[in-house]
Design a protein around this ligand. Sequence first.
Ligand code: PBG
Ligand code: ZN
Length: 327
Amino acid sequence: MFTRFRRKRINPVLRDLLQETHLSTDDFIYPLFSRSGEGIKDEVTSMPGVFQMSIDEIVKECYELKKLDIKSIILFGIPDIKDSVGSDAICEHGIIADTIRAVKSAHPDMFIVTDLCFCEYTDHGHCGVIDPALETVDNDITLDNLSKQAVIHAKAGADMIAPSGMMDGMIQTIRGGLDSSGFENLPIMSYSSKFASAYYGPFRDVAESSPQKGHKIGDRKSYQMNPANRKEAIAESVSDEVEGADILMVKPALAYMDIIRDVRNNTTLPLAVYNVSGEYSMLKMAAKAGVIDYEAVMMETLLGFKRAGADIIISYHAKEAAEILRK
Ligand code: PBG
Ligand code: ZN
């Protein structure tokens, strides 16, 4: 006696009826990179289809996104001037605050998430203020700055704040800062289990956020997680839940499917995954080399994140996936 699983795979309608996991444009958040100037839309060599854009181009891009039924973006900023603290990020007229206001006034219906971190804004390229004695980012001074940055984004009109710097206590501090400024209804999506990953390489080209060459702290291993650690990844996310995060995140996604499932099984909070730059570029380059069916591999990958337990997918593929989902 054996089971005829194939009985249910023959008719395509029945296959659809029995499909356990689905992708939808409701799942996606699309990343955008904002810089000063006008009419600027510069493609990034390492990420075909991804651009640094001036604010006017970002506003135009939002029309395209809405046509594709993508309703949410996450903003990253490339400031004109970088310094040791990342002052542009804590200034009401910094690049992100200006971008939020412009997008909101043209597109009140666009859901704006902001990445909250300092690596794009500091001249050393680290995610906060440096503690020279410890040769790492000073956790608690950076917390104060994160809280200021969050309130600036909130005042400019952001719909959700996404802290990505892996500082301890960042959720509790930002929640406190937002609440005491009257933003108790603004949700926080924490990059709660974020690994020190080589998959961020192409992003750092777009965002111009690599740790400065020759700086004595050459990587982010003293604050982002060790890719080998599974139990710690669960603890990090659960701890952010306790601190008051509304949505948790695992990042990167593709090489961390087990972590996505682990976090899913250890919380009832919604879970996001970040399908990062290196994952995107690998598919793009493989397609260019003619070695994969790009669209099929992309959709299989995105579906895999849902199956692993993700509710939200932040992805540079979102527009291409939306076009396929529409057919
Ligand atoms: C900033 C930040 C990074 C990414 C998102 N927010 C880079 C980093 O931590 O170096 C990576 C996104 C990607 O690779 O697509 N802290
Ligand atoms: Zn950072």
